[in-house]
Design a protein. Structure first.
Lengths: 501, 497
């Protein structure tokens, strides 16, 4: 009989520890000039350095250091005046040097914090997550295990190695232990990762795409009896590839640990892998025997000693915190919570903001991006930011609608055209001959024609049955190829049939 | 022609008395004649060298402005990558590997139109003091073919002493340029750490490795030094400052008023009597040339050897981890059903020699958790103490001097089974690497008891490499006057085939 989550939290207190790996979006790798573009042919983005050919030496990517310092500053860390790279030694075929250049006892950023707010039974509540360190390291290559049922190394017939990813800059953000979240542990963890994602995105230092692995979370969880001081044994769950998975993985691990503890069994300190389909974790390698990575200072690199004025310049250039920025926008635009959440979920907040900054009305900007444009992006199965339409296009369209030069319906045609790559709004309007028919004479001719074609409907309206007007307005719009202003058509039609005000 | 110095060859090339092709051809013939006995070379690039020589002759004929050493042949230690040319670092694990890129040193040699004759033998991964640790058999000392030519760069020094090349590139982690120079009667310079790029130098111990020039005269070494030194953005540890004026120093040789510090701890007991005789005589000659001889003390040098044998193996245990059969080099046991791990294990078991494995094990142990502070950590502290010893001593003198090695060349096989005795060879050279400063060895004459060359070591503060050349040139000139001819003219003629 499986325990319920309620049973777990009634007896135990969870303690969290979160390690987030972020791939930086620098153009070149951490220690060489190779491209970092995702999805290249295997082993085409390599050189003597990232293949660890004999004699090759690493050199540090300055941009990666800058990005890491920005992250540290945004997470309220101290920036070390002197930090060093270290070698983490272990053998694995996808690691070309058989050591990873990382940072060990002298990381670049230390002692920060992030505040996250979640909804609790008592209303919104803020939790502070303390950051122990932020350090730089390099990614490994990728192994592809061919043959065998699991795609894992055991049972595979052979393995292929792709070193394109080897040496891509990674930043690891490690929290201190996080006690005191109680039953909200899974939500707090999720909110923390979401907050990190937003902060990193606002800094422009990473793509932060969990599904592509540019943001990866390892969740450490342990339980202790409520009131106990000593920490329980932790497990470390990897392969947590979405915000929802963070929450599920922690909840699942809490239940698994509690079941073991209740039976008087021991939690094994180990790495576990999260399974998206079941929401459960399966055992990876055991960490009972602490691995000995034989860390020592990387002798091929000089220490990192960032200039204090440079750090202050970077600090001064930090963007507003995403959570504060959102609150400010919401107030300025007068948007209800639900609508705000919709924009955040659809990832259009920045674009809407850019559109508003170009003069568009917030409500209209929001409705175009969240409505028509999101729909097209969904149909095409691409990210909205990958469409060719820009905030400036939408701002221009909104202005044209406001000026009466486009109807909403015509505006949709223009948007389609922009997305189809036909050019900017002005070009499409000219090329497609789109214009609002606002010549009352032409509209009256169409109205008379339609009334003659549908005399019964016209008669109903004459008799005061106004809902019937829709059909005739539709017919007029069709007659004018959609270029009429529907409101004007309605006024003229009703007046024509004796129902004007 | 092969007995000339590089500077003399340069003059003959300039006045048209010879061509680079003729010079290159002469050296290739010499190699062909004597190298079966000496075994200085692991690979001779006959075709490539002649092609490079023809190119530089054509440039000269066309009136192009050429670098000072353009057209002069050179032997390259096999630890430096050269595009398309077999590069083994003396190890079986790299047998057959042809690098797809040039080391920065090679790129500079090519840009200077220096003709690369081939790759010279060395102790495997530069670990050794005799060249006996080469996976391809030992090199023989041209002074006595039954003796070692020093190591790890025995191939480069033997090539110079056997007149197979007038110039060579060496690398020096604990004495691998200077000790071979000493026992072969040639000149070898380890510049300040960071003076010459390490990009493309197959790493033994990254914080100690330094490439430098090997030659038969101090001026030749200086000319080569200036050709290969300079900042390299591909090596983070390379010095970003102008190269010291070493050629000017070598041409001047004026030591009047210079203070020369004799290191008390690097003399006396444990040093062969003939080595001490020649060393004392050299000091007298320098004093006669106007230098002031003072005594300096370096009390922490006695810990240098022990600390070195923790730091160098620690770094090598990590540096050599990349030789795993996955991407290049030897691959053993790649049969159906074999795992990557078993292929790695077998390849490293068979591909690495005994001394390399000894040091990998030593270094792995020294870096292990629980032992790190006691071993690697303590060794780093010793390193700081040695640097402080040098700093204090350099307050009292401009350069420090000592015998390069405690003894002359020993017999091949004599110390093969006694690693400690072998390690003691480098007792006077290692402190220089630990402190990252410059060191030079030049011939001080022959030990009376065995008639073998003795080396005189000059040490200068970091980034003051020109001082070694000033003192070296002064001593060389005084000794030449005394001898009447270069020391190597007393070496036995090699019968060859």
């Amino acid at each position: 009989m499986a325990l319920s989550y309620y049973d777990v939290i009634a007896k135990y207190e969870p303690v969290l520890g979160l390690e987030v790996h972020v791939e930086l979006n620098t153009k070149s790798k951490m220690f060489c000039g190779c491209s970092t573009i995702f999805g290249g042919e295997p082993n085409t983005q390599t050189c003597p350095v990232c293949l660890a050919l004999p004699g090759a030496l690493p050199t540090v990517n300055e941009k990666a250091i800058e990005s890491t310092i920005k992250i540290g500053l945004a997470l309220n860390c101290s920036i070390a005046p002197f930090s060093r790279f270290a070698r983490k030694n272990y053998f694995y075929p996808d690691m070309p040097k058989n050591f990873q250049i990382s940072q060990y006892d002298e990381p670049i950023c230390v002692n920060g914090y992030v505040d996250v707010e979640i909804e609790t039974d008592e209303g919104p509540k803020s939790f502070r997550i303390e950051i122990e360190r932020v350090h730089m390291e390099e990614d490994t290559g990728k192994s592809l295990h061919v043959g065998g049922a699991t795609g894992r190394i055991h049972g595979a017939e052979y393995s292929l190695l792709d070193y394109n990813r080897a040496g891509i800059p990674l930043v690891e953000i490690v929290t201190k232990i996080v006690p005191g979240t109680g039953k909200y542990a899974p939500e707090v963890a999720k909110a923390y990762v979401a907050e990190l994602r937003d902060v990193l995105r606002s800094l422009g230092v990473s793509d932060v795409k969990m599904e592509q692995g540019s943001l990866r979370c390892d969740a450490n969880v342990s339980l202790r009896l409520i009131g106990a001081q000593t920490l329980g044994t932790r497990s470390e769950t990897k392969n947590v590839n979405s915000l929802r998975s963070v929450e599920r993985a922690i909840r699942g691990e809490m239940i698994r640990h509690a079941e073991l503890l209740n039976k008087g069994e021991r939690v094994v300190q180990e790495t576990r892998h999260f399974q998206e389909d079941t929401g459960l974790t399966r055992s990876g390698r055991s960490k009972e025997q602490a691995e000995d990575y034989r860390y020592f200072p990387e002798p091929d690199l000089v220490p990192v000693a960032p200039d204090a004025t440079w750090i202050e310049t970077l600090r001064a250039g930090l963007p507003e915190r995403p959570s504060i920025h959102r609150k400010r926008l919401q107030e300025a635009w007068g948007v209800p919570d639900k609508e705000m959440a919709a924009m955040i979920n659809a990832d259009v907040l920045n674009i809407v903001e850019a559109t508003v900054n170009l003069g568009a009305d917030p409500t209209k900007a929001r409705s175009w991006w969240l409505g028509e444009i999101s729909r097209i992006a969904n149909d095409k199965d691409v990210a909205i930011t990958d469409l060719t339409i820009r905030p400036s296009d939408v701002a221009e369209i909104v202005a044209l609608v406001n000026a009466g030069e486009l109807t909403d319906k015509l505006a949709r045609q223009v948007i389609e055209g922009v997305i189809a790559g036909e050019g900017g709004p002005a070009v499409i309007i000219a090329a497609r001959g789109i214009k609002v028919v606002n010549d009352d004479g032409a509209l009256m001719a169409a109205i008379e024609k339609v009334c003659a074609e549908q005399p019964e409907t016209a008669e109903k309206i004459r008799n005061g049955h106004l809902p019937a007007a829709g059909a005739l307005i539709g017919a007029v719009m069709k007659e004018t190829k959609g270029q009429a202003d529907a409101a004007r058509v309605r006024t003229l039609l009703l007046t024509h049939l004796g129902q004007g005000e | 022609m092969i007995h000339l110095s590089a500077a003399q060859m340069v003059a003959k090339l300039a006045n048209g008395e010879t061509t680079s092709v003729a010079l290159t051809q002469a050296h290739l013939e010499r190699i062909n004649t004597v190298d079966a006995d000496v075994h200085a070379f692991l690979f001779v690039d006959n075709e490539g060298a002649l092609k490079q020589a023809a190119e530089v002759d054509a440039k000269r004929a066309a009136g192009e402005k050429l670098a000072p050493l353009a057209g002069v042949p050179l032997a390259l230690k096999d630890v430096m990558t050269q595009k398309g040319i077999p590069t083994t670092a003396g190890s079986k694990i790299l047998e057959g590997w042809r690098p797809p890129y040039d080391s920065t040193v090679v790129a500079k040699l090519k840009a200077n139109n220096i003709v690369i004759l081939g790759k010279t033998n060395m102790d495997e991964f530069a670990m050794g003091s005799s060249t006996e640790n080469s996976a391809y058999g030992p090199t023989h000392n041209p002074w006595d073919l039954t003796r070692i030519p020093g190591g790890s760069g025995g191939g480069s020094s033997a090539a110079l002493a056997a007149f197979e090349a007038p110039l060579a590139i060496g690398t020096d982690t604990g004495g691998s340029i200077r000790q071979p120079a000493a026992v072969t009667g040639t000149v070898g310079v380890k510049p300040t750490y960071g003076a010459v790029s390490r990009y493309g130098l197959i790493a033994f111990s990254s914080s100690l490795d330094q490439a430098g020039p090997c030659a038969r005269t101090v001026l030749d070494a200086a000319l080569l030094h200036e050709a290969i030194a300079g900042h390299d953005p591909k090596d983070s540890t390379s010095i970003n400052a102008p190269v010291p004026q070493v050629v000017a120093a070598a041409k001047s040789g004026d030591v009047k008023g210079m203070k020369i510090g004799v290191v008390k701890e690097l003399n006396g007991d444990g040093y062969q009597s003939g080595v001490r005789t020649r060393f004392e005589e050299s000091l007298e000659l320098l004093a006669a040339a106007g230098a002031e001889i003072v005594e300096v003390s370096a009390p922490n040098f006695e810990y240098a050897l022990a600390a070195y044998y923790l730091i160098a193996p620690s770094e090598c245990s990590s540096n050599l981890a990349r030789f795993d059969a996955m991407r290049y080099g030897l691959r053993i046991g790649d049969v159906d059903g074999a795992s990557a791990e078993s292929v790695m294990n077998l390849t490293r078991e068979i591909g690495f020699g005994r001394e390399v494995k000894r040091r990998i094990i030593l270094g792995t142990y020294a870096l292990s958790s629980g032992y790190y502070d006691a071993y690697y950590g303590s060794a780093q502290k010793v390193r700081t103490l040695i640097t402080q010893d040098f700093n204090r001593a350099f307050e009292k003198c401009d350069v420090m001097v000592s015998p390069t090695c405690p003894t002359t060349a020993f017999k091949i096989g004599e110390k093969s089974n006694d690693p400690i005795a072998m390690y003691l060879n480098d007792i006077a050279t290692i402190p220089v690497n630990m402190a990252g400063i410059g060191g030079m060895s030049l011939p001080a004459g022959l030990a009376p008891e065995d008639g073998l060359p003795v080396g005189f070591q000059i040490m200068a503060p970091a980034m003051q490499d020109q001082r070694m050349y000033l003192v070296g040139a002064a001593l060389e000139a005084a000794l030449l006057t005394k001898w009447g001819a270069p020391l190597l003219s007393q070496a036995p003629a090699l019968a060859g085939k």
